[in-house]
Structures are given as structure tokens and as C-alpha cells.
Write a protein that binds this ligand. Structure first.
Ligand SMILES: [Fe+2]
Length: 151
């Protein structure tokens, strides 16, 4: 993989993490169950850490990382815009399931590229593991239906 292609891939992942961070912010606001909200906040920080680490590597390789905008734009992840209209814990988790499937797909693809520099490969494998953890939690919680126990 040449450095131009590597930078392009890393920037695209960094943008994905910015979008995921913003989407988690919206999902957290809509989540009515405090323990779930706390867990989603931890996942949001994982995305922030991914962005920070990716940005460091992008700069190291002579590139300019995407900005960590506070305005929710969702330009990479189309499904994230649906968060504006959802309500409650169930809606928030369903939206995040869609989003996490997308981040998982992208990290899986990026991490499995055989021509990555070893240090970048290690980093992406670790980040992909974070993504798998996020998706598992969201799917398990959806199956447990905590909102039904409130009634
Ligand atoms: Fe995630």
C-alpha cells in the first residue's frame, strides 16, 4: 500500500470515528436508562480515542486529519442522521446498532489489509476489537429489552 492510499484510508476511518462520536452524543441524550447511558458514554470515548490516535498517525505520515467538528454533520454515515428523529432507549440502541454495523464493517476491512505497516495494523486490529465490543453490547441490550421491565 503506498502512503497516499494509506493516508486516504486512515482519514476515512478518522472521519467515521468523528461521526460515530457525534452519533453517540445524540443516542446518549435519548437513552432513558442510566446504566446504558454510562456504557454508551464509554463507547463514545473509545471513538474519541480512535480519532486522536488516527490523527497522530496521519500527521506522522505527513497528512492532515479531518477536523473534530462539534457540529453534527454525519457526512460519512448516512444512518446517523436518523438519530434526530428517534426516541427512547430502544430507538437509540436500534440506531446505534445500524451505525456500529457500519463501523465494524469498515474497521474489519481496514484491519484485514495485508499490506499495512505493522504498527498501523496492530492499532487497527485493536480498534476493530473495540467496535466488536460496542456492537455486542448494543445487540445484547436490545435482546434484553430493559424498557419492558419498567412497566
Ligand atoms: Fe463503535
Amino acid at each position: 500500500m503506498d502512503s497516499k492510499e494509506l493516508l486516504k484510508n486512515l482519514k476515512s476511518l478518522a472521519q467515521l470515528d468523528v461521526d460515530a462520536y457525534q452519533a453517540y452524543g445524540q443516542a446518549i441524550e435519548k437513552t432513558e436508562h442510566a446504566p446504558i447511558r454510562d456504557q454508551l458514554s464509554v463507547f463514545r470515548e473509545d471513538h474519541r480515542n480512535h480519532y486522536d490516535e488516527l490523527s497522530r498517525v496521519i500527521r506522522q505520515k505527513g497528512g492532515e486529519p479531518p477536523s473534530f467538528t462539534k457540529d453534527f454533520k454525519g457526512y460519512v454515515i448516512e444512518g446517523m442522521t436518523s438519530l434526530r428523529s428517534i426516541t427512547g432507549t430502544k430507538g437509540a440502541l436500534e440506531a446505534m446498532e445500524t451505525n456500529e454495523k457500519l463501523t465494524n464493517k469498515n474497521y474489519d476491512k481496514a484491519a484485514s489489509n495485508a499490506s499495512l505497516p505493522p504498527e498501523v495494523s496492530d492499532m487497527l486490529v485493536t480498534f476493530y476489537q473495540d467496535e466488536q465490543r460496542h456492537l455486542s453490547f448494543v445487540q445484547e441490550t436490545l435482546q434484553q429489552k430493559p424498557w419492558e421491565k419498567d412497566q
